[in-house]
Write a protein that binds this ligand. Structure first.
Ligand code: GDP
Length: 424
C-alpha cells in the first residue's frame, strides 16, 4: 500500500499529528519535498517534538524513515534535529533513517542569499522563512548544487567546492555587495556535518522498491499544503517545491510506483503564514480570538498565523490538486466555543459570485462570501466515537463533506495522539 498524506490548504493543517497517528499502520514513512522551512509539531506519550526535516515516523521505533531525492537538506539543521530527538530518548540509526543520495544539500550561502533577497525586497517581501529553500532549489535546477551522495566521496566533492564558490560570489559579492563566501569555510561545513550524516546516505529508490515488493506499507508525508505548491499554489507566495501527492513517488525515489490512496489533511478553519492572497481572512478581534483558541503561531518561526473561517472554494481546489480520496479534518475542538460558525462558501469577484478557485492574480480582487452554520458550543475534546459528537458537530462535518465533495474519515479533537474520531 502506498499512501500519501498531504495538506489541502495553506499548510499547518496538523499533518504531523495525523502522520504520527496513522504511521502505526505503516512500515515506512517518507518525506519527499521541501526542507526545514516548515515544522510539524507532534505530541505523544514521549513528549512534544518539533520536526523540521525528519519524517514523523521517526517517533515510532519500528518505522523506517526515508528522506527522498525531492528534498533539500540543511545538514547542520539535520544534525541538530537528530541530536535533540536523541536527547528525548528517540533512537536514530542507519536502520531507521535513510537519506537519499540524490537529495540536495542546503548550504549556508543559500540561507544567506534568502535573507539578502528578503531584506532587499523589504516592503515587497515574499514572506520567506529565510531557510534558503528557494535559492537551493534554484541551484538544483541550475545544476550547481551539492547532493547528499557526494558526502560519500569527499575527495571528489572538495574539488568541486572552489568552482561553485567562485560562481556564487558573483551574486553574493557582485550583486548583493556582501562578504565573499570562502571555499575553506564550505569544506569545514561538510567536514563537520557531512561526516555525521554520511552513514545514513543510500539509494532510497532502491530501498523503497524492495520494501514495496515485500508488501511493506509505505506512507509519503508532505510538508506543506496544496496552496504552497510551486505550480498549483498561490505563486509566487508558494514554496519552491512540489507539495502535491502526485509528486510523492517521484520525490521519494520511486517514480515507477503509483499511489493507492491520498489522505488530505484539512483544518476545520483556515490559517496561513506569511504574505500572499488569503481571501477568507479575519482581522481584528475576530482574528485574535481564533488565533488564541487555535494557538496559531508557526512551529518553525513562531510567527503569528493569519486566520479565517473554513474556505470551501480553496479547499475544494486543494482536494482536486491532491487527488484526495479521504479527508482527515483537524482541530475541530478549536471551534467549540462558538455559538455560530462562519464558513466561506464563495468569492465575489467584480460583483459576480464564483465557486471555483481562480488564477492567483484574480484573488486580490476576490471578497469572501460567508455563511453561518450552527455551532455545538460545548467541549468535544473527550469525544472518541461518532456517537460522542454533538449533532451540530456532525452536521458541520457532513456539510463540509458535501460542499467539498470528499469523505471525511478522521476528525481530530485534540493535539494528543488518541484525540480523534474515526467516522467510518
Ligand atoms: P503541520 O505542519 O501540518 O503538521 O501542522 P502544525 O505542526 O502546525 O500542527 C498543528 C498544531 O496543532 C500542532 O501544535 C498540533 O499539536 C496541534 N493539533 C493538531 N491537531 C489538533 C487537534 O485536533 N486539536 C488541537 N487542539 N490541536 C491540534
Amino acid at each position: 500500500m502506498l499512501t500519501s498524506i498531504c495538506g489541502i490548504n495553506w499548510g499547518d493543517e496538523g499533518k504531523g499529528r495525523m502522520v504520527d497517528l496513522l504511521s502505526e499502520k505503516f512500515d515506512v514513512v517518507c518525506r519527499y519535498q521541501g526542507g526545514n522551512n516548515a515544522g510539524h509539531t507532534v505530541i505523544n506519550e514521549r513528549g512534544k517534538f518539533v520536526l523540521n526535516l525528519l519524517p514523523s515516523g521517526i517517533l515510532r521505533e519500528d518505522v523506517v524513515n526515508v528522506m527522498g531525492p525531492g528534498m533539500v537538506i540543511d545538514i547542520k539543521h539535520l544534525c541538530g534535529e537528530i541530536a535533540k530527538l536523541r536527547e528525548g530518548g528517540i533512537k536514530i540509526t542507519p536502520e531507521n533513517l535513510k537519506i537519499s543520495d540524490r537529495a540536495v544539500i542546503t548550504m549556508p550561502y543559500h540561507v544567506l542569499l534568502d535573507c539578502l533577497e528578503e531584506d532587499r525586497l523589504a516592503g515587497k517581501k515574499f514572506g520567506s522563512t529565510r531557510r534558503g529553500i528557494s535559492p537551493v532549489y534554484a541551484d538544483k535546477f541550475y545544476k550547481k548544487a551539492f547532493r547528499m551522495g557526494e558526502l560519500l566521496n569527499t575527495e571528489r566533492l572538495y574539488k568541486r567546492v572552489a568552482d561553485i564558490v567562485e560562481w556564487k560570489n558573483l551574486t553574493v559579492v557582485g550583486g548583493y555587495k556582501s562578504e565573499p563566501i570562502k571555499t575553506e569555510d564550505m569544506i569545514a561545513y561538510f567536514e563537520e556535518f557531512g561526516k555525521v550524516l554520511a552513514p545514513y546516505v543510500c539509494d532510497t529508490g532502491l530501498y523503497l522498491t524492495e520494501a514495496h515488493a515485500q508488501g511493506k506499507n509505505i506512507m509519503f508525508e508532505a510538508q506543506l499544503g496544496a496552496m504552497r505548491d510551486i505550480d498549483f499554489g498561490i505563486h509566487p507566495y508558494t514554496s519552491a517545491s512540489s507539495t502535491i501527492a502526485a509528486y510523492a513517488p517521484i520525490g521519494a525515489g520511486v517514480p515507477q510506483l503509483q499511489l493507492t490512496n491520498s489522505i488530505g489533511i484539512m483544518k476545520a478553519y483556515s490559517t496561513c503564514v506569511g504574505e500572499g492572497p488569503f481571501t477568507a481572512e479575519y482581522f481584528g478581534e475576530k482574528a485574535e480570538k481564533l488565533r488564541q483558541l487555535g494557538g496559531e503561531y508557526g512551529a518553525a518561526t513562531g510567527r503569528p498565523r493569519r486566520v479565517g473561517p473554513f474556505d470551501i472554494v480553496a479547499s475544494r481546489y486543494g482536494i482536486r490538486c491532491q487527488g484526495a480520496t479521504e479527508i482527515a479534518l483537524t482541530k475541530m475542538d478549536i471551534l467549540s466555543g462558538y455559538e455560530e460558525i462562519e464558513v466561506c462558501v464563495a468569492y465575489e469577484l467584480n460583483g459576480e459570485i464564483i465557486h471555483e478557485f481562480p488564477f492567483v492574480d484574480v484573488l486580490d480582487d476576490c471578497k469572501p462570501v460567508f455563511k453561518t452554520v450552527k455551532g455545538w458550543n460545548c467541549d468535544i475534546s473527550h469525544c472518541r466515537k461518532v456517537e460522542d459528537l454533538p449533532k451540530e458537530a456532525l452536521d458541520y462535518i457532513k456539510y463540509l463533506e458535501e460542499a467539498c465533495g470528499c469523505k471525511i474519515k478522521y476528525v481530530s479533537v485534540g493535539a494528543e495522539r488518541e484525540a480523534y474520531v474515526e467516522m467510518y
